[in-house]
Design a protein around this ligand. Structure first.
Ligand SMILES: Nc1nc2c(ncn2[C@@H]2O[C@H](COP(=O)(O)OP(=O)(O)OP(=O)(O)O)[C@@H](O)[C@H]2O)c(=O)[nH]1
Ligand SMILES: [Mg+2]
Length: 381
């Protein structure tokens, strides 16, 4: 069977995995061309900061499927996405009104108002002006002449911002069991709930064996909350006791169990913490390290949960968590309750890390794989 290869680029703002076919894309705005000489060529790994793993097609197939099937869109999903974004869409509905009456002579005023609408929806000043500047250039060049043309270009610009700096929104789960996914973020963003939703997604497909790690040892009720999600989704849970109650120890113990008992996925919960609290951030670094010590190469994904209702405030949080824990993807939650959904675009544009999932409600099915195109269509129907 032909060996399949996946490579993880290390030392970037975030670690990113690329497969052979995606290896010629640009990362963080820097073009990267990766060729694959032979399995684990040490020279290449050192030179490019790349860790290559070769695995059997069967294993890659399983994890590839897990990463992909979780992305599959059902029609119901798209409707739910559309409904989930109703508040942000309301904020942006002015765009249609502006463009309906657009004419070349007052294009500057309209562009200003368009930028204002993007700011109100929390696209952020830098991202909003980038989008509008590009429209202005194309209008001046005579490429855009009508309202519908401008709207199409606006959507294309936003889609471009969501995709140009990131390689994939799919989960990168490595090539061998178990795949470890660590969930991090500030307090109350929806980490534990998201673990429940992710487990539900994994359990719906194949015969996935999921273990949860109760790495939040701060709050007394945290492990019970996770236990409820484990029970609801038919997952197992590892809870630290006595001496092993420190978060890093719980995560190490859970990783060991996941390896020994042949779990497919380990979902590691962590306590919410402020990105400005040095000690707590150092503890997070330790948590990550404790997993890697048991299973080199893990965690395969470090997903940061961002509370959509905080809008642009998520940017400094995301930067700091990325520095400490090496975030590989974001999950933006509570988009159902906010009119600030534009922050999804600014976080990807400013940090060059993909959004992999979005939360649009509190129920098990209210987690969606992030599809940039569907997202843009939900904002600007
Ligand atoms: N509306 C809405 N509520 C959500 C979403 N995701 C999570 N929540 C709610 O947000 C609240 C906090 O969720 P948790 O999962 O406990 O958050 P957490 O990040 O684990 O919190 P800490 O462990 O205390 O840091 C709960 O009431 C969830 O039901 C979402 O996508 N939409
Ligand atoms: Mg929690």
């Amino acid at each position: 069977m032909a060996a399949s290869i996946s490579c993880v680029l290390q030392g970037w703002p975030s670690s990113r995995a690329v497969s052979g076919s995606a290896a010629h894309q640009s990362l963080a705005g820097v073009p990267v061309v990766v060729s694959f000489p032979s399995k684990g060529s040490a020279a290449v790994e050192r030179a490019a900061g790349i860790r290559c793993e070769a695995g059997s097609g069967e294993k890659v197939g399983f994890f590839g499927r897990l990463g992909r099937v979780i992305k599959e869109k059902a029609k119901g999903d798209i409707d739910r996405l559309f409904n989930g974004f109703s508040k942000t869409r309301e904020n942006l509905s002015v765009v249609d009104e502006l463009l309906t009456y657009w004419n070349l002579s007052d294009s500057e005023t309209v562009l200003d108002e368009l930028e204002e609408a993007l700011l109100v929806a929390d696209f952020g000043p830098r991202t909003a002006s980038k989008i509008v500047d590009e429209l202005r250039t194309d209008i001046l060049k005579g490429k855009l002449k009508t309202g519908p043309e401008i709207k199409a270009a606006l959507k294309a610009n936003i889609l471009n911002l969501l995709t140009q700096k990131v390689t994939t929104t799919e989960l990168q789960l490595g090539t061998s069991r178990p795949a470890v996914i660590m969930i991090v973020g500030v307090n109350g963003g929806g980490k534990t709930t998201t673990i429940g939703k992710l487990a539900h997604r994994f359990k719906k497909m194949e015969d996935t064996k999921v273990l949860m790690a109760a790495g939040d040892t701060f709050r007394a009720a945290a492990s019970e909350q996770l236990d409820v999600w484990a029970e609801r989704t038919g997952s197992d849970i590892e809870v630290g006791e006595g001496e092993k109650k420190r978060p890093a120890a719980v995560l190490a113990q859970a990783t060991r169990r996941a390896v020994e008992e042949g779990y497919d996925i380990l979902l590691a919960d962590t306590s919410g913490r402020l990105h400005t609290n040095f000690n707590l951030m150092e503890e997070l670094r330790n948590c990550r390290r404790s997993i890697t010590k048991v299973l080199p190469g893990a965690p395969h994904e470090v997903l940061m949960v961002l509370d959509g209702t905080t809008g642009l405030n998520m940017l400094p949080q995301a930067r700091q968590f990325n520095q400490v824990a090496g975030v590989t993807g974001f999950i933006v939650t509570k988009l159902d309750g906010t009119s600030r959904g534009g922050c999804v675009v600014s976080v990807v544009d400013e940090l060059a890390i993909p959004v992999k999932f979005i939360g649009i409600g509190e129920k098990l099915d209210d987690l969606q794989a992030f599809d940039p195109e569907a997202f843009v269509n939900a904002l600007f129907p």
